[in-house]
Design a protein around this ligand. Sequence first.
Ligand SMILES: Cc1cc2nc3c(=O)[nH]c(=O)nc-3n(C[C@H](O)[C@H](O)[C@H](O)COP(=O)(O)O)c2cc1C
Length: 414
Amino acid sequence: MKCVDDYRLKFGKQELVPIMIGGMGVDISTVDLALEAARLGGIGHISDAMVKTVSDRRYNTKFVKAKLQLYKHNVANPDKSAVQFDIGRLIEATHLHVDAAMSAKKGSGLVFINCMEKLTMNAPKETLRARLRAALDAGIDGITLAAGLHLGSFALIEDHPRFRDAKLGIIVSSLRALQLFLKKTSRLNRLPDYIVVEGPLAGGHLGFGMDWAQYDLATIVAEIAQYLRAEHLDIPLIPAGGIFTGSDAAAFLEAGAAAVQVATRFTVTKECGLPDPVKQEYFKASEEQIVVNQISPTGYPMRMLSNSPAIGDGIRPNCEAYGYLLDASGNCSYITAYNREVAAHPGARRVSVMDKTCLCTQMRNFELWTCGHLTYRLKDTTRRDEDGSYRLLTAEHVFRDYQFSRDNRIALPE
Ligand SMILES: Cc1cc2nc3c(=O)[nH]c(=O)nc-3n(C[C@H](O)[C@H](O)[C@H](O)COP(=O)(O)O)c2cc1C
């Protein structure tokens, strides 16, 4: 049986190890993790989700404080339409984050940024345009458009000098979504350089309804591949979601995929941004604890551990500081749910909100433990130390295990 290393992802003349580590916001796929993938000859992702918060934590800026200061007067107001992002600061934060990755990059691989389009930030078009252009200006190798496929995104950067040289990719979960995107962008004469096909077992938000379990990644990939062949479109396909071993990956490559996108196995690496105690929760998880629910205000189902502290936590919306999910008119379904509970429990010091979560605050604080469906298998990828804790892996170890393993074997750490 072949292994992943028998294949290469070809971008023009460039040849890469066909392993892409998927973007994981908020700063779960860190610069360090992305740099390891690039050093080893593959592709890593940073994420631009809540980039001002990430910048404060990583680069000693004070963006969040400045925004909160400006809108402090609005904290008790349920109407958040006045809370706007300062575009200049958004650009500055994106620059800092991208530059931290690109200036440290070594090796023959690439670093991309995952751009979650559902972060509508009270001004969807303007903020997305700023984020995309700033990432290109700061020298990112490529951009992956994720969650909420904004059909007009390519047009937001069509006049950017790097529009045709940077790698631009999209994530879709169905042939229909791809067809819509291609139709919408046809006038730009600019195809995506790669298509990540994300199946129902992935982490984060899902491109499926609550009937996700009825879908199957291999079937969707085959359907899309057939369509591309019929249309004479030669675009690399990159399946994602539930590809847990090198052999799983090699099977997709053998069937014609150009590379694979993986994430869950890297959540328990030293380079991953989750706090160490949370990594232990991922290791410990049982299959029953991995649930898909609808508490994300984005409107997409999301997969997470059922013991995530975020579930039911009725904290006050923190849009003056964050506000990344405010739609074009300043609404977020968590605000509605929170206000409903407050009205139903007059005088209560704290309310519980079960149907929605304050995604910004919870993701920022690593209290919402989003994960892939196969997280329950992570315990089989390492050893346990004497104190009972699971040993963290290095990104290099996991990357090389994907690259070289055969026969469904998983290499344990030394
Ligand atoms: C913890 C975690 C966070 C994620 N966050 C994002 C995200 O912010 N944006 C995105 O497009 N995909 C996100 N994903 C999806 C991954 O990028 C990837 O496509 C998918 O999880 C691959 O499947 P696997 O985890 O089974 O390997 C996330 C996945 C995980 C595990």
